[in-house]
Design a protein around this ligand. Structure first.
Ligand SMILES: [Zn+2]
Length: 287
């Protein structure tokens, strides 16, 4: 019997214009950076899938090192203006895994939805695990280009030797390609580009689909409304992904679990499926 645990690794605040974008093109980015309004504190979730074949962890959350002086590049406008963190050491992934009785060596696979710091910040706790990431995401996040893009590649553990997800033509509803993470194929990674161009999500197929969404949207309401966040480089690509998730939710009962949705944990506990209403046809915001 597969069980999923939500691990809250602290909290993050972003500008309202990041959670839901306003304007087009460069104005969209400026609206995010110059927005005076903060969101409330939002959770930073990582997920643990306790499967018969072994433990799968999705995302690693954030580290309390964010509170160290100089941990973030002070020259970067995003870190200067647009984000605040609150992470206590005991909220990090390692201590929370231990509290569940799980050691790093028990973890069979780790999948990173993308490499933003609040998803990759807990890597240090997973020494020795096989850690999977999309090739394009790794390329985008590496080196100076990655730093300029807001990633923190110099904070990745030196031992980290990423394994690349190899997508195959194995459709899951409207998603054409996937990577099976279990032999029986009931846990898969799928391509959900938008928030970053090579962002992935993980789907656990039980009596319902548990959609571990990373940052496809900051919450379920924004998914249902087809609203794109302020960091997505290509709005049309993001909208296409949101439309596909809605289509999947019409085909199969689906519990939508974004990393920063304050309701994710309650939805998981209640098995609360997304009800794709007839009136709000995803075609309305499809590409
Ligand atoms: Zn992100």
């Amino acid at each position: 019997m597969t069980k999923i645990y939500a691990i809250r690794t602290g909290s993050v605040k972003v500008r309202r214009g990041q959670r839901e974008s306003r304007g087009k093109g460069v104005a969209r980015t400026l609206n995010m950076l110059l927005d005076r309004e903060w969101t409330e504190w939002l959770p930073i979730y990582a997920w643990v899938i306790e499967h018969d074949e072994g433990i799968i962890v999705v995302d690693t959350g954030e580290t309390s090192r964010v509170h160290e002086r100089g941990y973030h590049p002070s020259w970067h406008p995003f870190y200067r203006r647009a984000v605040q963190f609150s992470v206590h050491p005991e909220e990090e992934l390692g201590p929370q895994l231990r509290a569940l009785g799980i050691a790093a060596r028990d973890v069979r696979h780790v999948v990173l939805t993308h490499l933003h710091t609040d998803h990759a910040g807990g890597l240090a706790h997973l020494t020795g695990a096989r850690i999977w990431v999309a090739e394009g995401e790794l390329r985008r996040a590496s080196g100076w280009g990655g730093k300029v893009g807001g990633y923190l590649p110099h904070r990745w553990p030196k031992w980290w030797d990423p394994e690349l997800l190899r997508f195959e033509e194995r459709p899951l509803g409207p998603f054409q390609r996937s990577v099976p993470l279990t032999k029986c194929g009931d846990v898969v990674a799928i391509e959900t580009p938008g928030h970053t161009p090579h962002h992935v999500s993980v789907v656990v197929q039980g009596t319902v689909l548990y959609f571990l969404a990373g940052d496809t949207s900051y919450n379920q309401g924004l998914l249902m409304a087809g609203k794109v966040d302020g960091v997505s480089p290509n709005e049309a690509v993001s909208r296409g992904t949101l439309a596909r998730i809605m289509r999947l939710a019409k085909e199969r009962p689906l519990v939508y679990l974004p990393s920063h949705d304050p309701e994710s944990e309650a939805r998981l506990a209640a098995n609360a499926v997304l009800v794709a209403e007839e009136g709000s046809s995803p075609a309305a915001f499809a590409q």
